[in-house]
Design a protein around this ligand. Sequence first.
Ligand SMILES: [Zn+2]
Ligand SMILES: [Zn+2]
Length: 343
Amino acid sequence: MRAVVKAAPGVGHVELREVQEPTPGPGQVLIAVKAAGICGTDLHIWHDEFPTTPPVVMGHEVAGEVVAVGADVAKVRPGDVVTSETYFHLCGACRYCRSGRPNLCPERRSIGSAVDGGFAELVVVPERNVRLLPPGLDPFAGALTEPLACVVHGALELPKLAPGDVAIVAGPGAIGLLTLQVAKAAGATVVVLGTAADTRRLDLARALGADAALDIGQMEARPFVDALTDGLGADIVYECSGAGPSALGLLGLVRRGGQYAQIGLFGKPVSWDLDQVCYKELSVTGSNASVPSAWDTALRLLGSGQVRTRELVSDVYPLDGWEDAFGRFERREGVKLVLAPTG
Ligand SMILES: [Zn+2]
Ligand SMILES: [Zn+2]
């Protein structure tokens, strides 16, 4: 079968090539991949900014149909329409594995970087990772369960969000637009901030329920936030852009005693004003991927329609369009780009 493979260590070395079709071992499930989302991590893998064990099939945001199961598979059946959690291997015994935080397991090995992933017609995953999609949810919407679970973890599970809170989401990419919807579902008033390059994404933010979506090049955010909060500032700010100036700017928009949640990744150290964390007594959280409890919440939010992911899918590419898709994503065109390996 054909697959998009990180073929060797170093910058680049991503190619479409023929690889052996996988077969499910005991306790494993074979999925025909209908949709596989392209993520910032995939660009980092392309540029050698994220650890991998090549040669490895990329892709960790998958949805599709189960086509075969190995021995000792108890619940999953061929024909099930599913998505999959990403941790192929965990130690199962460390403090983190035993406390519901497998994302922090030192032996965690994920599909798409350490183990073959979903930029291929077929992917094998352990049965414990398989999640049924809510009825009627199409695989393109379902492939976004993984980033949604990451957002649930980073936006709801680690910081505390209460109904009536005023939240700011900086960066209206796919992660920001999911954060917006999760914060709305939790009862917050949400202001999304972007730049002049984000006009269409800010329109989408409004369509997805943002109380306001501002181009900060055109409009100062502070007076706007002051008007919503009696001059106090936002209760919580979510940095979803991974841009240094955004991280710094949010310190001026969050209220004293408020919360700062880092969800985007910068890919390099950035300069930040930690004095403000002291002066304002901020609670700062950062999140790393997802945990099983966040998948439960993500699937409920998708099933109830409180979070809509299909509208985020701006472009669908066949496997051999991967390079165009990666390039377009890198130029920040579109919102969520998805590969359709089985056509
Ligand atoms: Zn991802
Ligand atoms: Zn562990």
